[in-house]
Design a protein. Structure first.
Length: 101
């Protein structure tokens, strides 16, 4: 199946403790159906001190399910993603506005 959400997309969280927050996708794992979004779903991880790093409590973005994310269209509203063929190429488009992503 083609990826509806990709790295670099601006998304909004639809459900969970960070509902309503916006961020950019930094990585996607299609196998698990999860994505890491910057500034969303932050957890504190304890880092051991090493020769290069100070260590301590480090805030880290954790994966969030793709079903809880929606793409942000040109007007800043959450939208679903569809596919259509233009000039022999398959492109993604926002279902609310109809414009290409």
């Amino acid at each position: 199946m083609a990826a509806k959400l990709k790295k670099g997309d601006k998304v909004v969280v639809l459900a969970g403790k960070d509902k309503g927050k916006e961020g950019e996708i930094t990585s996607v794992s299609p196998k698990t159906g999860k994505a890491i979004v910057s500034g969303v779903n932050i957890a504190i991880r304890h880092q051991r001190q090493s020769q290069n790093d100070q260590g301590g409590r480090v805030p880290t973005a954790m994966p969030i399910d793709l079903s809880n994310l929606a793409l942000v269209d040109g007007k800043g509203k959450p939208t679903r993603v569809g596919f259509r063929v233009e000039d022999g190429k398959k492109i993604r488009f926002a279902k609310t506005t109809g414009e290409a992503v």
